[in-house]
Write a protein that binds this ligand. Structure first.
Ligand SMILES: *Cc1c(COP(=O)(O)O)cnc(C)c1O
Length: 223
């Protein structure tokens, strides 16, 4: 299947899930996750009208995106992987959205860099809904105090919450928890759902779904 045909399939499924959930058509944003794929295949998605993309590594994105961004003005690039403080300057320069704000230190670095670069990014706080030791994200019960810190001490506007449920669990309860936390904290955006479960995520309130392999095919990590 081609990237454009895959995109059409995913877009149609999103529209169906929106309709089934009584959501306005076009409310859910499709973040096309292009990690590990080269600029050539990304161009196929751009040609098919896709403008919102996700990458999980700053360094990989730095090698791929500046040229594409120069050629296409309305790309919206999301960082969906963990951010180290020594990459904060590069991330703020390259990305439009950071979905993985997950600790005070990185929130401070982002605030500092946005001021220094006079650039305002949309920000999501990542929540570790499964309480997994190896996974990034704040604990669900820390959501309110962490949002208060971002807002009151750092002057950051947080647009929404993001989660990656444990791979071996039914994602539904994690999606429901993230949506509940977003509602309780007055946040409009909820980033959840990947290739295998984005329709479930939309049914449970996702506004941003991050879909990779269903659009670009399987990833090859061997090279
Ligand atoms: C890779 C990745 C995705 C996309 O995963 P697919 O299963 O290929 O759709 C979504 N979110 C994050 C955070 C990822 O790292």
């Amino acid at each position: 299947m081609s990237v454009s045909a895959n995109l059409e399939t995913v877009r149609a499924a999103i529209r169906r899930a929106e309709a089934a959930g009584g959501r306005p058509e076009g409310e859910v944003r499709l973040v096309a996750v292009s990690k590990t794929h080269g600029a050539e295949i990304v161009r196929e998605a751009l040609d098919a009208g896709q403008r919102i993309f996700g990458e999980n590594r700053v360094q990989e994105a730095q090698g791929k995106w500046p040229e594409l961004q120069a050629a296409c003005a309305d790309i919206e690039l999301h960082l969906i992987g963990p951010l180290q403080s020594n990459k904060a300057a590069a991330a703020v320069a390259l990305f439009d959205v950071i979905e993985t704000v997950d600790r005070e230190k990185i929130a401070r670095e982002i605030a500092k860099e946005m001021a220094a670069q006079q650039k305002s990014l949309q920000l999501f706080v990542q929540v570790n809904t499964g309480g997994e030791a190896q996974k990034a994200g704040i604990a669900p019960e820390d959501t309110r105090p962490f949002l208060a810190l971002c807002r009151d001490e750092l002057g950051l506007t947080i647009s929404g919450l993001m989660c990656i449920p444990p791979v071996d669990e039914n994602p539904g309860p994690h999606f429901a928890l993230l949506k509940k936390l977003a509602d309780e904290n007055g946040l409009a955006r909820v980033s959840m759902g990947m290739s295998g479960d984005y329709e479930t995520a939309i049914a449970l309130g996702a506004t941003d779904v991050r879909v990779g392999s269903a659009i670009f095919g399987a990833r090859d990590y061997s090279g």
